[in-house]
Design a protein around this ligand. Structure first.
Ligand SMILES: CC(C)(COP(=O)(O)OP(=O)(O)OC[C@H]1O[C@@H](n2cnc3c(N)ncnc32)[C@H](O)[C@@H]1OP(=O)(O)O)[C@@H](O)C(=O)NCCC(=O)NCCS
Length: 184
């Protein structure tokens, strides 16, 4: 399948060396990923499809089978710790939405997901022929905002009161990144 990162991404984050790999998500990890996405501290920030619910591994299997999705397992130093994904891939318009989650909180704040997103952006633009990526965050999700900004995404606008977080109606804040911005 097109779209696997072939080499690990080596980065130095705040003086620490990290080695991140992304690989297409396979059945072996559906249970692990379902457990991650079932955690309220993670899924409260995701789209309503995943939010505030316990996720069955069969739901992960269906998501992986959906041609409009590309889901990748993230490893840090070889250990599975999160996922990065494309959704709503439209190969005619060459656009997709990017999203991600860190499953292992112990790995947080070390640049793991930012580096994995860098890898997925490369896959999207180089291997999948995508021209324009977008993402949205729930207003106030500053960690996710940082992940996007560190990867060159820029804020393009907001849909007011278009999502719900902890029973409060909040804005969706949209970001985009196009091939040209990325220097390709
Ligand atoms: C968002 C998430 C994926 C980040 O994962 P991570 O591996 O910790 O991310 P990184 O370490 O690569 O980057 C996080 C950045 O946010 C910063 N950060 C952490 N807490 C923060 C806060 N409260 N306010 C602002 N920035 C914060 C970190 O310092 C880091 O930036 P830096 O590298 O410039 O220091 C993870 O927190 C998560 O899974 N959250 C829940 C799911 C989610 O929000 N998914 C995104 C939906 S769009």
């Amino acid at each position: 399948m097109a779209g696997g990162a072939k080499e690990g991404l080596r980065r130095v984050h705040r003086g620490r060396r990290i080695l991140i790999d992304i690989e297409p998500l396979t059945a072996e990890y559906f249970v692990t990923v379902a457990e991650w996405l079932s955690k309220p501290e993670i899924n409260q920030w995701l789209t309503s499809e995943w939010r505030d619910r316990v996720i069955d591994p069969t739901v992960i299997a269906m998501a992986v089978r959906n041609k409009r999705n590309r889901v990748f397992l993230v490893r840090s130093g070889g250990k599975p710790c999160g996922l990065v994904a494309l959704a709503d891939w439209d190969p005619i318009d060459k656009v997709a939405m990017i999203w991600y989650a860190l499953g292992d909180p112990a790995a947080g704040g070390r640049g793991v997901i930012s580096t994995a997103v860098h890898g997925l952006v490369e896959v999207a633009f180089h291997s999948l022929g995508i021209e324009a990526l977008h993402a949205w965050i729930i207003d106030g999700n500053e960690r996710s905002r940082r992940v996007l900004e560190k990867n060159g995404f820029r804020e393009v606008g907001r849909l007011r009161r278009a999502t719900v977080h902890n029973s409060r109606r909040l804005d969706r804040v949209y970001f985009d990144l196009v091939c040209q911005d990325h220097g390709i």
